[in-house]
Design a protein around this ligand. Structure first.
Ligand code: CAA
Length: 416
């Protein structure tokens, strides 16, 4: 097995427009504090019909290539994680390959399991390299999605859209993965799903939070046992505190806070062998809040301004964390938690690379946010009511891609 495998570089592509969640709350007659403090969001990306999953994915990969001056002939594998596919059969990865004129020698496919699809894509590429099958080549894992719950629903303030592309290689400048050290937890549940033919998700919101929390408990415990077995961490009162930071899947920012409290609860209850009683709970609550501020809050900046991007959400947290704190974190181990409704989840870890500050800088994340245009609720509503298959005809910005239309069931894309 190869010594080091992980994420060498990352790039993020977002729709060109966004809505302020305070504006949305006022239009819905809701106290804005419910969205900003109760759910933890500030803004939400809004995808127009031309900004479909394939176009966003290709735009993110194009940025990755440009930022790294990467020669496409070095890429042996391109895997897209998405739950917003554009065809029952044809992979988004094939569209991306076509848009970027990638070589035929590549292995290309999509991974689907709700928001976990991005982690399945990353694992596929990382394990291909770790096994030696990559034979010196690099791979790309892309997460691309559009989160839609529909107008005037309780899920409405937790939408978003965007793509995250990751270059995976034997030079993990951003994050060297602890390959083989992970915990998984899966169940057959109806917490959130997207029946064929529907654009909006069906969700049992509060139940979905319970499923997420049960999944994080199972996955974290599995990771902790393996990490202890490999001496990555040692037995302690709260073992999770040995992770410098933890990046979670973020359907809305408050969820990461709930998840983190749950991870700590697992640590404490497993040590004492009993559930927290009222007095232990009173002691733990401020500790969990303080630990959240240090271990988790630095990863939430982008999610608060982009919203949920399903498969890419965890990797937006990772990008956000490194953007804010790479210089503090080089050489330190961080935890990552991926959750896909239905459900499957995985807790895993990695060590931040020595060149992470430079590598994350080249992603230009401040510019990605600054380039967006704020729209009002009226325009947002108009966009959400547009048919998905009728692109706007707006030319894509330089280097980005847009869906251009369908003729004879064949989708085509334009490059700016
Ligand atoms: N000021 C401050 N806070 C306020 C407030 C106010 N005026 N009014 C309400 N709040 C708080 C509430 O106390 C609550 O906080 P706590 O959870 O800490 O108690 C929070 O705001 C939300 O309030 P509600 O629970 O009343 O909100 P809701 O019922 O309208 O819906 C939701 C919340 C269930 C998350 C809904 O937005 C939803 O269904 N979202 C989509 C599903 C989802 O994201 N699930 C997450 C797990 S599944 C997953 O992770 C996969 C995925 O990506 C979808």
């Amino acid at each position: 097995m190869k010594q080091q495998v992980g994420i060498e570089a990352i790039a993020v592509a977002l729709p060109r427009r966004y809505i302020d969640l305070g504006d949305l709350a006022r239009a819905r007659g809701v106290d804005p504090a419910k969205y900003t403090q109760g759910l933890g969001g500030l803004e939400m990306s809004v995808a127009e019909p031309g900004e479909d999953t394939a176009a966003l994915a290709a735009s993110a990969v194009a940025k990755l290539l440009a930022n790294r001056a990467l020669d496409p002939s070095r890429i042996g594998m391109l895997v897209v994680g998405t739950e917003t596919g554009v065809d029952h059969s044809k992979a988004v990865a094939s569209y991306v390959q076509g848009m970027l004129r990638f070589p035929q020698s590549m292995r290309t496919f999509d991974c689907q399991h709700a928001c976990y699809g991005g982690t399945a894509a990353l694992n596929s590429v990382a394990e291909w390299i770790a096994s030696g099958a990559g034979a010196g080549r690099v791979g790309i894992a892309v997460c691309s999605d559009i989160a839609r719950y529909g107008l005037n629903t309780s899920g409405e303030p937790t939408q978003g859209a965007g793509a995250v592309a990751m270059l995976v290689s034997e030079s993990p400048e951003l994050l060297a993965l602890d390959v083989g050290v992970s915990g998984t937890c899966s169940m057959d549940v109806h917490d959130f799903w997207r029946p064929l033919g529907r654009r909006e998700a069906v969700v049992d919101g509060h139940y979905s939070i319970q499923c997420y929390l049960e999944a994080v408990s199972g996955s974290y415990r599995g990771w902790r046992a393996r990490a202890l077995g490999r001496d990555l961490i040692r037995s302690a009162e709260v073992p999770s505190e040995q992770l410098a930071r933890i990046a979670y899947h973020v359907p809305f920012c408050k969820m990461a806070k709930k998840a983190h409290a749950q991870v700590r609860r697992c640590d404490i209850e497993d040590r004492t062998g009993k559930a927290l009683d009222a007095s232990a709970e009173a002691e733990e609550t401020p500790r969990a809040a303080a630990s959240f501020e240090t271990q988790v809050a630095p990863s939430l900046g982008l999610s608060a301004r982009v919203g949920n991007i399903y498969t890419g959400s965890l990797y937006l947290s990772l990008a956000s964390l490194l953007h804010k704190e790479a210089a503090l974190l080089t050489g330190k181990r961080i935890g990552l938690f991926s959750y896909g409704s239905g459900c499957v989840s995985e807790f895993f870890s990695g060590v931040v690379g020595p060149r992470a500050p430079t590598a994350i800088n080249s992603a230009g994340l401040d510019r990605v946010l600054a380039d967006r245009e704020r729209i009002g609720v009226e325009e947002y509503t108009r966009i959400l009511e547009l048919p998905a298959d009728r692109p706007l005809g707006t030319p894509p910005p330089p280097g980005a891609f847009r869906y251009a239309g369908t003729v004879d069931y064949r989708r085509s894309y334009a490059r700016g």
